[in-house]
Design a protein around this ligand. Structure first.
Ligand code: ZN
Length: 236
């Protein structure tokens, strides 16, 4: 797996030359397989300590004009760092592992599997403010199917990292594509960005839609349309 990751995304231009025979356009340049297959942080990677992180929160509190010594704020740095541990736990989780346990018993099933309305909350990488909404994921299995809850788990792993909505959409599709090798994947995400609803232009309720299609969904607009109509069909 390591070798594959390196050859698909060369670290510098001299390596790029060496791997030119590989079609580099199979995947958009921004998508690094190490992002969608492995945990983003290696356990041995050096990180600031917990108390350093808490001190950084104190600096931000002072920056906004707060008295960091007042009673209500005494435990705030600790709570903020704990909240970060939760919101950003996706850095330490491995997307490929979630999709690892598959089932071969498809009983000849040959249509796509759709899981819609997967709720998620993520944090935008530009402002570190939440964006939240729903993901709809379909894939057409070839032989192996995955437990349905795993698509929700996969969404959470990527959502619990700093993200752009476009990147989140692409990473979910790429991980399913890479691990399950289905005939195609369709991912649609609709989300509201608090960096847009509570600051900046301050527009509440504006929804952002992003989609990603691979394989048969990319090649066949009729399949995209069928996916969209199932996603859009009224709730029962
Ligand atoms: Zn933002």
């Amino acid at each position: 797996m390591d070798a594959l990751i390196k050859s698909l995304r060369p670290a510098n231009t001299s390596e790029l030359k060496a791997t030119e025979t590989k079609p580099l356009d199979v995947r958009p340049a921004e998508l690094d397989p190490s992002e969608f297959l492995a945990a983003a942080v290696r356990p041995d990677q050096p990180r600031p300590s917990r108390s350093e992180a808490e001190a950084a929160v104190q600096t931000l509190l002072s920056y906004i004009g707060e008295d960091t010594g007042r009673e209500g704020l005494l435990d705030t740095p600790r709570r903020v760092v704990e909240a970060f541990d939760e919101l950003y736990q996706g850095y330490h989780q491995c997307p490929a592992e979630v999709l690892d346990r598959t089932f071969g018993e498809t009983a000849g099933y040959d249509d796509f599997v759709l899981v819609r309305d997967i709720e998620f909350t993520s944090q935008c990488e530009h402002h570190m403010m939440p964006f939240y909404g729903r993901a709809h994921i379909a894939y057409t299995p070839v032989e192996r199917v995955v437990g349905l809850s795993k698509l929700a788990r996969l969404t959470d792993i990527f959502a619990r990292r700093l993200q752009t909505q476009e990147h989140l959409t692409a990473q979910i599709a790429a991980a399913i594509d890479e691990v399950l090798k289905p005939r195609g994947v369709a991912v649609l995400i609709e989300a509201e960005h608090t960096c847009m609803s509570v600051r900046g232009v301050a527009k509440h309720g504006a929804m952002t839609f992003t989609s990603r299609y691979t394989g048969m969904f990319r090649d066949n607009p009729a399949e995209q349309a069928r996916f969209m109509s199932l996603v859009r069909s009224p709730q029962r």
